[in-house]
Ligand binder design. Structure first.
Ligand code: ATP
Ligand code: MG
Length: 571
């Protein structure tokens, strides 16, 4: 690590990172160092004494991205910054202030909106199937992030949910749903943001306390902010100006959930004294990867061509397969080849549009003995084997150490089932083994002279912060979950019509969002990029994705499906 957090930034990045006060907006393409600027800017503020870490709030969109941000800050020697998702920040404030305001604990959070909606429908003697209930749930989510009342929503959608549910019935169902939650003292996911905003609006004491606590606000991925999130940000800010937002309108992928990139693009109009910085060079990807991303976005309004100073890198491949199973098998075979050639599994990701695509990929990887983790699955520190390990290590810390720290950790983990050789991939046993192995690696990285007690303290702190260790497995992730992250080797699968763009994306705006999703996927790759599609999924014939035609053939070369057992070369 260099001496100053500004030292390893380019000129534009340094300009942004050294603007510590006042509204700042960084508008830049994928991999240009936006997240790096945010973390280095905070480190610079702390280093120079301009910021106290506990007064910095850094907000982002996924728990994984928040963990990543804390990891980067820690590597820069900064601890104690509140780097969380919007949701976690709002929830923490509710839990803190609610008991003071209401002399009661904060309401609990429901994890299954559809179940409560089902109960509300029952109590109204409405017979609705699962699909309709899910549609109602999305309508509620949409309405709440847009901060609309039930009546406003009904007025905006006089047709309700079409033939399934009239506008009146829909409104009635929503009212009953809200009533049920109130009676049970429950909030749903979106209520957390609304309730926090409501509390800050109506309780000047709370607003003053939050303003006192958090002086410096930063938001990553600002293109995906929704109206309610924007409102929260304004309330957190109060009449102060110390806010920094960074984003890339070409990566807006949450419009379906109410995100609006205009908050990013119009930021400098809303804050007249805002400084605007654009970053120009991509540091993540080889030019051969960027050529694919640029080809996809060429001619789109506002699209910025990504540039890099690196040498070209391998030409990305496109492979066609006869069906989904062959595609999963072909990708697993290619990954086996990469690992055999010395690539670390955690440098490889397989990205796809819909959760349902993960099952066949997991199975194909498992059949080749390749361990994989689905991003956004259960959190590392919530895994039963990790909890068990922390408890056992804690227990062992009471007795005086007879061996070295590391030997003691190893003994405890062995007694829990960490064998020398991993069990075969693809089963629960292997997953548990990987989790214990990750705990051991954390112990191996611990400072010299550490004790079991200090180590378990550290593990518990990491658990609270959701600061997860890297599992040495291949990552499987949806395109949404992959945002902001990067891997050396990316396999983007399912590039067929109906999968990407997904079947229900039909309008112009929706197709645009699908294109941006493909763009997010492509730009996750640092070094190699493999695209694939298949002619048939299940019983359905599929056409190659229109995005492949838009990319054209100039930047891709045909992959070799014959290298796999099941596939035959298709172009
Ligand atoms: P995304 O839009 O995908 O979120 P981003 O703009 O946030 O991307 P970062 O993740 O901050 O980009 O940076 C991309 C990669 O480039 C990271 O590995 C980062 O460490 C590296 N990088 C960024 N700037 C520099 C630099 N000046 N020197 C060396 N590496 C850099
Ligand atoms: Mg980023």
């Amino acid at each position: 690590m260099s001496s100053s957090p500004l030292a390893d930034l380019d000129e534009q990045q340094r300009e942004a990172a050294s603007s510590l006060r006042g509204p700042l907006c960084v508008l830049a393409g994928a991999g240009t160092g936006k997240t790096r600027v945010i973390t280095h800017r905070i480190a610079h503020g702390v280093d120079t004494g301009a910021y106290s870490p506990s007064r910095v709030m850094a907000v982002t969109f996924t728990a994984k991205a928040a963990g990543e941000m804390r990891g980067r800050l820690r590597a820069l020697g900064v601890q104690g910054v509140a780097a969380r998702t919007f949701h976690a920040t709002a929830l923490a404030q509710l839990n803190f202030f609610w008991p003071q305001l209401a002399r009661d604990t904060a309401p609990s959070i429901i994890d299954n909106k559809v179940r409560v909606l089902g109960q509300a429908a029952d109590s109204l003697s409405l017979r609705l199937d699962g699909t309709t209930l899910r549609d109602v749930a999305s309508r509620i989510e949409w309405r709440k992030v847009a901060m609309r009342t039930i009546d406003q929503d009904a007025a905006a959608h006089p047709d309700g949910l079409g033939p399934k549910l009239s506008a009146d019935r829909l409104a009635e169902l929503q009212r009953r749903y809200e009533k049920l939650k109130d009676e049970r003292r429950q909030l749903d996911f979106e209520d957390v943001l609304l309730a926090c905003a409501g509390m800050l609006e109506s309780e000047p004491r709370v607003a003053a306390a939050v303003h006192e606590q958090y002086r410096h606000l930063t938001v990553d991925e600002f293109q995906d902010v929704s109206p309610v999130q924007y409102r929260l940000l304004e309330l957190w800010l109060g009449d102060r100006r110390d806010v920094c937002v960074v984003g890339d309108a070409s990566q807006t992928i949450y419009s379906f959930a109410g995100a609006d990139p205009r908050y990013l693009l119009e930021f400098v109009d809303r804050y007249e004294d805002a400084r605007l910085v654009r970053l120009e060079r991509n540091y993540r990807s080889d030019p051969s990867v960027l050529a694919v991303a640029n080809a996809l976005m060429r001619g789109r309004p506002g699209a910025l061509a990504l540039r890099s100073d690196r040498t070209a890198g391998p030409t990305p491949t496109l492979t066609g397969y006869p069906d989904d199973a062959a595609e999963a098998d072909g990708v697993a075979s290619a990954i086996a080849g990469q690992i055999a050639a010395g690539v670390e599994p955690h440098d490889i990701a397989v990205l796809y549009r819909a959760n349902a695509q993960s099952a066949s990929l997991l199975a194909a990887l498992a059949s080749r003995g390749i361990p994989a983790t689905v991003l956004g699955g259960k959190r590392f520190f919530d895994l039963p084997e990790v909890r068990q390990a922390v408890l056992a290590l804690r227990g062992a810390s009471v007795a005086p150490l007879e061996t070295t720290f590391l030997a003691a950790v190893r003994d405890v983990l062995r007694s829990l089932g960490l064998t020398e050789d991993p069990p075969p991939a693809g089963g629960a046993l292997r997953d548990a083994w990987e989790a214990r192995a990750a705990v051991l690696r954390l112990a191996e990285q611990a400072e010299e002279g550490t004790t079991l007690r200090a180590f378990t303290d550290e593990l518990m702190a990491r658990g609270r912060d959701q600061h997860e260790p890297t599992m040495r497995t291949v990552t499987l992730a949806t395109l949404h979950a992959a945002k902001g992250l990067e891997w050396n080797h990316v396999h983007l699968v399912g590039l067929s019509e109906g999968l990407l763009p997904i079947s229900y994306a039909t309008g112009f705006e929706e197709i645009d969002e699908e294109r941006r999703l493909a763009y997010v996927g492509i730009t996750r790759a640092a070094h190699s990029l493999s695209l694939s599609w298949s002619e048939r999924s299940g019983t359905r014939q599929r056409q190659p994705s229109r995005f492949l035609q838009e990319i054209g053939t100039g930047t891709l070369r045909a992959g070799d499906a014959r290298a796999t057992s099941a596939g035959r070369a298709r172009r």
